[in-house]
Every structure is written in C-alpha cells, then in structure tokens.
Design a protein around this ligand. Structure first.
Ligand SMILES: Nc1nc2c(ncn2[C@@H]2O[C@H](COP(=O)(O)OP(=O)(O)OP(=O)(O)O)[C@@H](O)[C@H]2O)c(=O)[nH]1
Length: 380
C-alpha cells in the first residue's frame, strides 16, 4: 500500500472514530434521560432494568470501540459500521421506550435522531431499511403492549404516534438521500477539478520546459542560461569565480551548404551531447543561438576553465559524424572569461565574445581567454 493510501486510510479511520465519539454524546444523554425518568418515577420498571439498559449501551459501544481501535472494522465491506451501529441504537431505543410509560410520546423522536447519523453514509435503500426497522420495532412494541393491556385508547394514541414517526422518518429518509446525492455531486466536481488541476500543472511544466529548452539539442536556451547564471552569481561567495565559455562551431555555414541542413542539425546535436557528457553535474551548457553555445563552470579558475574547454575542443575535432564524409571533421572556437560576484554578467559575456573573436581571427579551432584591459594587446 502506498504512503498516500496509508495516510488516506488513517484519515478516514480518524473520521470514523470522531463520528463514533459523537454518537456517544447521544448515548450519554440517553443515560441521563433514563436516570431522570427513573428519579421522577416515570420509568415503568425497576432500577435494575434501568441499569441493564445503561449496561447494554456501554457493552455494545465497547465492542464498536474495540473494532475501531483494533482496525478490525476495516475488514468489513462498510468499515464505518454505520448500519450495525444504527441497528443497535434502534434496538436499545426500543428497549428504552418499552419502559418509558407516558414519556414514550416525547422520546419516540430519538429514532429520527439516530437516522441522522446515517445521512452521509447510507444509501437511500439502507436509510429506508433502517427507517423500516425503527417503525417495525415501535409497531411491535405497540402490538405487545396492546396485547398486554387491551386498552383501545392507548392503542389509538400509540398508532397516531407511530403514524407521526413514519411521516418524519419518511421525510428524513428522502431529505437525507437528497443531501447525500448533493454531497456525491460535489465530490465528483472536486475530483474533476483536481484532475484539471493536475493537467494544468503538467501543461505548465511543459510550457516551462519549452520556454527554457532548445528544441533541437535539448540543451537549456539563452534565457535560461542568463537567469541561471544571475541566480548563481547571487549565491557565490566573494572568493569564488564562475567560468564562462562562448563556443562557436567553425565554418558551420559550409557544413550546411555542402552536406545539407539536416547534417548541420546532426552536428549541432552531436556537439550538445559531447558537451553535456564532458561536464560535471553542477556545470551548465546552453545553446546561445544558431551554432553558438555557452558553458558555465562553477567554482573554477582560468587554468581549469582552459583545460576543460581544450578537452571539449579536442574531442569534438575527433568526432566522425555519420552525416559527414569520412575524414571530414568539425572544429570549434571558444572565448573564455571569469565571473566574480561583483561583476556585470553582460560585461563578462562581452569579454568572452571578444576572446572568441580573437580565437576566430587567430585561425579557429582554438580557445582564447579574455585579457583584462590594462594588459590587453590588440591581436590585430
Ligand atoms: N543546420 C542548422 N544550421 C544552423 C542553425 N542555426 C544556425 N545555423 C547556420 O549556422 C550558420 C552560421 O554561419 P556563420 O555565422 O556565417 O558562421 P560560420 O559559417 O560558422 O563561420 P565562422 O563562425 O566564422 O567560423 C548559418 O549558415 C546558419 O544558417 C540550425 O539550427 N541548424
């Protein structure tokens, strides 16, 4: 069972216990009513009979509590045990009414109170069955009593009470099933909304992906690179440096012109794979546009940056692409620069671009780094 299912099961079990405790308040009130009726001389039996009623209540409710606490209720088709709880409550109420004497008329509505507990849980059929059980119990009580006393007057009164009870229980059953249907419809809507929300979340993710990824190579795009580099600059310590390398494939136009655009695409994808495989987890490679790429190395210095780019340049120059004739290789040029916490990213990228320009003009297939202005000598 998954964690989510476990959590749901715990949640529902807690709700069932909550409902059970709520029902116990009603039982408590009933015990008080029995006590008061007995004290007022309105209970038609001995104190022992009144006590048995309370004991029966405590005993049956103890069994239910045990079932809930041990989790044994989960083995039943209806783990809330609503039906058996209502049946027990109806039987105990009938037992109480049997000795309620002249208080019976006012206590008969306890049946309705019991059925209220089933409104959210029971189907219309079950509610009708429970209402039928209550009416049958009360009817049986009337029959027994009439048989015992033979009083026509009390029979008429009891039948009127039965009729009133039947009207209210019928009404309660239909109102209850209406409320239940409403609740089910709301739950359905809630589930549909949740499904829509999931779809939207997925679409948002896809959009985010589209907005930050280059479609051809699967690398991050320029926008993502700039945002991510800015984010990393805010996180770096003053002593740390980031290394940035602008990479441009050499004479790439010729590849397209001589071997076709799809061959060019394949070379771009090949470079992306090679670059990705050559970098560490914390490094970043992005397609800057066209046949231009950019690499960001975290926590580095010029020596390590140079070494990394030389390795990539060297490996790329050795790749034999399937789309190119045997012996035809591609090369790249790269311009390198370092980024410190206080630097302006635009300026650093411009420095790398100037170094790339230098690499192109020094013969291509090479890596050049930016030289700060005071030491800078124009290669031209
Ligand atoms: N196949 C393919 N070609 C592209 C893509 N994006 C840009 N290009 C091509 O890349 C070529 C870039 O050419 P140039 O900017 O002249 O540069 P180059 O030929 O690489 O020459 P240098 O950079 O000076 O070495 C152009 O022909 C573009 O059409 C792409 O997604 N796929």
């Amino acid at each position: 069972m998954s964690e989510l299912q476990d959590a749901n099961s715990d949640k529902f079990q807690a709700l069932r216990l909550q409902r059970f405790y709520l029902a116990q308040i009603n039982y408590l009130i009933t015990y008080v009513v029995i006590g008061v009726a007995w004290a007022a001389g309105q209970y038609d039996a001995s104190a022992w009979m009144a006590t048995t009623h309370v004991l029966l209540g405590i005993l049956t409710q103890g069994v239910f509590l045990l079932l809930f606490k041990s989790g044994m209720n989960l083995r039943f088709r209806e783990p809330s045990l609503t039906n058996p709880q209502i049946v027990v409550a109806i039987l105990l109420t009938t037992y109480l009414l049997a000795f309620a004497g002249s208080l019976r008329g006012s206590l008969v509505m306890v049946y309705a109170n019991i059925l209220v507990f089933g409104i959210f849980q029971l189907s219309r059929r079950d509610l009708l069955l429970q209402a039928g059980l209550a009416l049958a119990c009360f009817g049986g009580l009337i029959a027994l009593e009439t048989n015992r006393t033979g009083s026509a007057h009390s029979l008429t009164l009891s039948l009127v009470q039965w009729f009133i009870l039947a009207c209210f229980l019928g009404c309660l059953t239909f109102t209850g099933s209406y409320i239940r249907e409403l609740r089910e419809r709301l739950q359905q809507r809630h589930s549909t909304l949740q499904a829509h929300q999931e779809t939207l979340r997925g679409m948002m993710g896809q959009l985010q992906n589209l907005a930050t990824t280059d479609g051809l190579t699967g690398l991050a795009n320029r926008r993502y690179f700039i945002d991510e580099t800015r984010r990393r600059m805010t996180l770096m310590r003053p002593s740390q440096q980031l290394g940035v390398a602008l990479i441009d494939l050499d004479h790439f136009k010729r590849i397209n012109d001589l071997y076709g655009h799809s061959a060019g695409d394949e070379v771009l994808q090949g470079f992306a794979t090679l670059a990705r495989d050559s970098l560490r987890d914390g490094d970043l490679v992005a397609r800057f546009g066209g046949e231009e790429f950019v690499i960001l190395l975290s926590n580095t210095d010029l020596g390590a940056l140079h070494q990394c780019l030389e390795r990539i340049r060297d490996n790329f120059a050795k790749v034999q692409f399937a789309c190119l004739p045997e012996g035809v290789h591609c090369t790249l040029s790269a311009g390198l620069s370092l980024i410190r916490q206080e630097d302006d990213l635009e300026v650093c990228l411009n420095d790398a671009d100037q170094a790339l320009y230098l690499a192109k003009h020094s013969g291509r297939n090479r890596c050049e780094h930016h030289v700060p202005k005071q030491n800078h000598t124009d290669p031209a």
